[in-house]
Design a protein around this ligand. Structure first.
Ligand code: CAA
Ligand code: NAD
Length: 295
């Protein structure tokens, strides 16, 4: 069984940057593909910032930072990823965008290379045909923030081979993460439970059950969550939560997955959460203030 040596990461956003960081830190030469030079620079900066924070907290040594940075490359041309043994896709939650990428990659990747999607809510089998290698396609679902979250859901489809799953499990363990197996159904295990929770928090706000701050404080202090639901939604990205909810609603036709109107309004207003500087909270001040949501 061929070992995974080189890793290609598609997308250097929130998740792609985190995945590339942990892959490089674990010793895998890792190439990140972004769609512009400016986004390549942004991805590199965000990794450098996280590593610097890790050093500040005594969790990362300077040697580990240097090793991670030496293993990273940022490119815009897909061809520069051709020698990867494993491709991890972390681009926008949009089936068409992902499948366009898979079919382009299939033409340049080695026949034995594995394709893994970090999708939150799409089924992996919906990408298997475009990948041209249904036996070497699976889901590797990381959690945000990737350097701190221990879990990876490993998702095999009805066509994934045993060898592909084994190679992927070994890779996840080599990153120092804990793999769990999840069925190829929309939301896998964690988002099946977490997405309705985020949606319910927005509905609670819409029906004036409590303020943003009090609902957040309630779940932190009353249920022991590390962050309240609005901080979490801001953290994940409102555009991403909206797309996930739409996909899960289309799949299950259950109102518990339907994106609430407030979420849609905020996305249309460009309030995407922490990554855009404003979501349920406004991050232009420290500590962040609750945004004016026109409620
Ligand atoms: N590098 C390395 N280690 C770091 C670090 C860094 N840059 N920054 C912090 N750490 C370490 C800290 O030292 C600490 O370690 P110890 O516990 O050993 O002391 C640990 O990481 C946690 O750090 P903090 O306690 O300072 O941070 P925190 O308390 O603010 O927690 C958090 C941060 C881990 C993000 C926590 O708030 C949390 O778990 N939030 C919930 C996140 C969550 O639910 N994510 C899932 C989102 S949904 C998803 O991802 C799926 C999807 O498809 C949408
Ligand atoms: P993001 O908005 O931070 O980044 C999106 C990435 O997609 C960027 O790198 C962007 O350049 C790229 N992109 C956009 N349009 C593209 C196109 N047409 N072709 C190629 N690339 C394109 O998003 P993210 O939060 O990193 O999410 C990426 C994936 O990871 C999604 O599938 C999402 O569901 C999943 N995910 C997100 C989280 C989270 O908490 N944000 C957690 C787990 C999984």
């Amino acid at each position: 069984m061929k070992k995974i040596e080189k890793v290609g990461v598609l997308g250097g956003g929130l998740m792609g940057s985190g995945i590339a960081q942990v892959s490089a830190a674990a010793g895998f030469p890792t190439t990140v593909r972004e769609i512009s030079e400016a986004l390549c620079a942004k991805s590199r900066q965000s990794i450098e910032k996280t590593l610097a924070k890790g050093i500040e907290r005594g969790k990362v040594s300077e040697g580990e930072r240097d090793k991670a940075l030496a293993n990273l490359r940022f490119v815009t041309d897909l061809k520069d990823l051709a020698d990867s043994d494993l491709f991890i896709e972390a681009v926008v939650e949009d089936l068409e965008v992902k499948n366009t990428l898979w079919s382009q990659l299939d033409k340049i990747a080695r026949p034995e290379a594995i394709f893994a999607s970090n999708t939150s809510s799409l089924t992996i089998i919906a990408m298997a045909a475009a990948s041209g290698r249904p036996d070497r396609m699976l889901g590797l679902h990381f959690f945000n923030p990737v350097p701190l979250m221990k879990l990876v859901e490993v998702v095999r489809t009805i066509t994934t081979s045993d060898e592909t799953e084994q190679r992927a499990m070994d890779f996840v363990r080599a990153l120092g993460k804990e793999p769990i197996r999840a069925k190829d159904s929309s939301g896998f295990i964690v988002n099946l439970l977490l997405v309705p929770y985020m949606i319910d928090a927005i509905k609670a706000l819409e029906s004036n059950v409590g303020s943003v701050e009090d609902i957040d404080k309630g779940m932190q202090l009353g249920a022991g969550h590390p962050m309240g639901p609005f901080t979490l939604i801001d953290f994940v990205g409102l555009d991403t939560v909206y797309k996930i909810a739409e996909i899960m609603f289309t799949e299950y036709r259950e109102s518990r997955y339907a994106p609430p109107p407030l979420l849609r309004r905020m996305v249309l207003a460009g309030m995407l959460g922490k990554k855009s500087g404003k979501g349920f909270y406004d991050y232009s001040s420290n500590p962040p203030r609750v945004s004016n949501l026109g409620l």
